[in-house]
Design a binder for this molecule. Structure first.
Ligand SMILES: NC(=O)c1ccc[n+]([C@@H]2O[C@H](COP(=O)([O-])OP(=O)(O)OC[C@H]3O[C@@H](n4cnc5c(N)ncnc54)[C@H](OP(=O)(O)O)[C@@H]3O)[C@@H](O)[C@H]2O)c1
Length: 323
């Protein structure tokens, strides 16, 4: 075979590869690495017996992740502020028949009460003797015009979405280091990858998590600390209803409607559990067009920025409202 024939074969192979990847992407509801792990990677049952601490377990993604991990046979610590809701989630987890009463610890906590976190860690260690995985999922979103946002709202957002995560992670890390390893899961958002109109403080807080935890990924490697960044797109939950606005103390209050174009909470939780079991570095969990746009922003940032400003605020808002 001469060099020209070899070149033709290589070009044809490359062309077939690109077509296959584009076809996979068309049908995907997450990034292609996570899709691969879902079909060919380690099953979630691999997590059986692990102690997993989930914050924001009282509703939405954290609630459904609890069901997914209970079904996989994990021992769980369920945390959020509303104890009654955590008890409800615990009961529902037990229906899987894979976990006994003592396998689920309900531990109410407020992520912004930083001075309580070390005590909470001691409570978990006393109960389970170990913490294998911490899922930093608790968080708030936002609907507000950038120029109108009070600095008090920016501060509150950073306290809940960033400082709360840092404080709890730093309280857990010493235990993981002496236990020769552990996994920190951080629930970011596609808004942590893309500038997200009408969610300035939220998008900023999620971007901050990437800088902080990409650094820990490198520093923690020698201590066998694994980091999994999870970036969901539009998922059914109470996040929009509970979102902050530009005014301190105000809730946006608009509930999601069942007919909106969004991923189901259980599907998001399943893909998250796969990402955790396979210890993936970063995953994007979303339907199109947000998934496609995130690929574009990652590989063709200039084009994506130009497109984002051309599309205009109204279309972006329609997409965010699941239209
Ligand atoms: N749904 C989406 O479309 C979407 C998209 C991208 C990213 N996310 C991220 O996914 C995570 C979970 O959100 P979700 O969609 O499941 O919303 P959600 O249903 O509103 O759940 C938020 C959870 O966070 C807890 N929480 C809020 N403030 C807290 C605090 N100060 N201390 C302790 N817990 C607190 C809430 O429990 P209590 O009220 O009982 O404290 C609740 O369990 C968030 O980090 C969010 O940014 C969601």
């Amino acid at each position: 075979m001469d060099w020209l024939s070899v070149l033709h074969v290589l070009l044809l192979a490359f062309f077939v590869f690109v077509i296959c990847q584009l076809t996979r992407l068309y049908f995907a509801d997450s990034d292609l690495t996570l899709q691969w792990a879902h079909h060919f990677g380690v099953p979630t049952s691999h997590l059986r017996g692990k102690v997993v601490w989930i914050t924001g377990a009282s509703s939405g993604i954290g609630e459904h992740l609890s069901y997914e991990l209970a079904a996989a046979g994990c021992r769980l610590v369920l945390s959020a502020r509303r104890k009654d809701e955590l008890e409800r989630v615990k009961k529902q987890c037990q229906l899987s028949g894979r976990v006994a009463d003592a396998d689920i610890l309900v531990l109410p906590l407020d992520v912004v009460k930083f001075d309580t976190h070390k005590e909470h860690v001691r409570t978990v260690i006393d109960h389970f003797k170990q913490i294998n995985i911490l899922v930093n999922n608790a968080g708030r979103s936002q609907r507000a015009h950038w120029q109108d946002i009070s600095l008090l709202v920016d501060r509150e957002m950073l306290e809940v979405n960033v400082l709360g995560v840092l404080s709890l992670t730093r309280a857990v890390l010493p235990h993981m280091i002496t236990s020769k390893g552990g996994q920190i899961v951080v629930v970011s958002s596609m808004a942590g990858k893309l500038g997200t109109p009408l969610s300035g403080s939220y998008s900023g807080s999620k971007h901050a998590l990437h800088g902080l935890f990409e650094t820990l990924r490198i520093e923690g490697h020698a201590m066998n600390i694994k980091i999994t960044m999870v970036c969901p797109g539009h998922v059914f939950s109470s996040i929009r209803q509970k979102a902050m606005t530009e005014k301190p103390g105000e809730e946006y209050g608009v509930k999601m409607k069942p007919n909106e174009r969004r991923m189901s909470t259980s599907r998001c939780a399943l893909l998250m559990a796969v990402a955790i079991a396979n210890q993936l570095d970063e995953v994007w969990i979303s339907i199109h067009p947000v998934l496609l746009f995130t690929y574009m922003a990652q590989y063709m940032p200039t084009l994506a920025r130009r497109l984002a400003v051309r599309i205009g605020m109204r279309v972006i808002e329609d997409i965010r409202h699941g239209k």
